[in-house]
Design a protein around this ligand. Structure first.
Ligand SMILES: *[C@@H]1O[C@H](CO)[C@@H](O)[C@H](O)[C@H]1NC(C)=O
Ligand SMILES: [Zn+2]
Length: 284
C-alpha cells in the first residue's frame, strides 16, 4: 500500500529521496572497509582506475555519486540511489523487482548496469564513473529506507534525533550513526571501518561473513539476483526496527537507538565486505 502524501507535503515530495544517502560518513566507512578486503590484483586495478583524484581509495570515491546527482548531466541517476518497495511496513515488507524498479531504473538495475559497464567500456572516464557508481550504490542498497517507498523512503515522516527535528530517512542516513561514531570511534570513518574489519575477521561477524558473499560469483555479476537479495535483506529491517517508533519518540536515544545501532553496524559491515568481494570477482 502506498501511503497517501498529504497536500501540505506536496512541495516536499519533489525533493528526491535519499538526498545524502547513508551520509558521507556511512558511505566512506563502507568504501574504506572494502579497501581492507581487496585482493592485491583488485587493489591495484581499483587504484589505477580511481587515480589521485580520489586518493586511490574507495573511501573518498564512495561519495562522488551523491555530489553529481543534482547536476543536469547526471539527473538521470537520481532514481539509481534507491528502490521504491511498495510494501507496507511495519506489518509487511518485501521488494519485488517487477513491481518496484521503475522504468527509469533503480538501485538494483543500476548495480547490474555499472557492473557490466566497468567491464565492457573502453573509455577511461566511463570506466571510472562505473566504478564510482558501483561503490556508492552497493552502500545505498544496504540502508533500509533506500529500499522503501513509504513517504518517500521516510523523508516525509517527521522524527526527533537528540532533541532536534529531522525526518526518519535523515535519522538513518546520518543522525543515529553520527552520534554513535562520535561516541565510539572519535567521529572517524577509518576507525569505524577498522573496527568493523576486526569484527569480520575475528569478532562477532566472523561466523557469518562467508555467508554474506556466498552467492557472489562470475555468473552473478551479470544478473539482478544478488543485488535484489541485498535489497530484500535491508528492506526487512523496515518491519523489524525502522518503522517501530511512537510519534515524537527520540530516535537517537533510548531503546530505538539501542536497537538501530546493531542494524547500522551490520549493514555497513555487510555492504563493505560485499563491495570488496564484488570487485574481487570483477577484477580478479
Ligand atoms: C547505464 O549507464 C549509462 C551510463 O551512465 C546510462 O546512460 C544508462 O541509462 C544506464 N542504463 C540503465 C539501464 O540503468
Ligand atoms: Zn546515494
Amino acid at each position: 500500500m502506498k501511503l497517501a502524501i498529504p497536500y501540505v507535503l506536496a512541495a516536499a515530495a519533489v525533493v528526491p529521496h535519499g538526498v545524502a544517502a547513508w551520509g558521507s560518513l556511512g558511505h566512506q566507512t563502507t568504501g574504506l572497509l572494502a579497501m581492507e578486503f581487496l585482493t592485491p590484483t583488485t587493489l591495484s586495478k581499483v587504484q589505477s582506475i580511481l587515480g589521485s583524484t580520489f586518493s586511490f581509495s574507495l573511501g573518498p570515491a564512495s561519495t562522488w555519486a551523491d555530489t553529481v546527482r543534482s547536476q543536469t548531466a547526471f539527473k538521470f541517476t537520481a532514481p539509481f540511489h534507491f528502490i521504491d518497495a511498495e510494501d507496507n511496513p511495519p506489518s509487511s515488507c518485501s521488494v519485488d523487482l517487477a513491481r518496484d524498479c521503475g522504468a527509469t531504473g533503480c538501485v538494483v538495475s543500476a548495480i547490474q548496469n555499472y557492473t557490466n559497464r566497468v567491464q565492457t567500456q573502453t573509455d577511461s572516464t566511463q570506466i571510472q564513473q562505473a566504478l564510482l557508481f558501483i561503490t556508492h550504490f552497493v552502500g545505498d542498497i544496504g540502508q533500509p529506507l533506500h529500499d522503501e517507498a513509504v513517504a518517500l523512503g521516510g523523508n516525509d515522516i517527521s522524527a526527533v534525533c537528540s532533541g532536534s527535528s529531522t525526518n526518519l530517512h535523515a535519522a538513518w542516513d546520518t543522525g543515529i550513526l553520527t552520534k554513535n561514531v562520535n561516541a565510539l570511534y572519535g567521529g572517524s570513518a577509518q576507525t569505524w571501518a577498522d573496527n568493523l574489519a576486526t569484527r569480520i575477521r575475528s569478532g562477532e561477524y566472523a561466523s557469518q561473513a562467508a555467508g554474506w558473499v556466498s552467492n557472489i560469483n562470475t555468473a552473478a555479476l551479470s544478473g539482478t539476483t544478488v543485488p535484489l537479495g541485498w535489497s530484500q535483506e535491508a528492506n526487512a529491517f523496515d518491519c523489524t526496527v525502522v518503522f517501530n517508533f511512537a510519534t515524537g519518540q527520540d530516535l537517537c536515544t533510548g531503546t530505538y537507538f539501542t536497537n538501530a545501532i546493531p542494524v547500522i553496524d551490520l549493514q555497513i559491515a555487510k555492504q563493505g565486505f560485499r563491495m570488496a568481494t564484488w570487485l574481487n570477482t570483477i577484477f580478479g
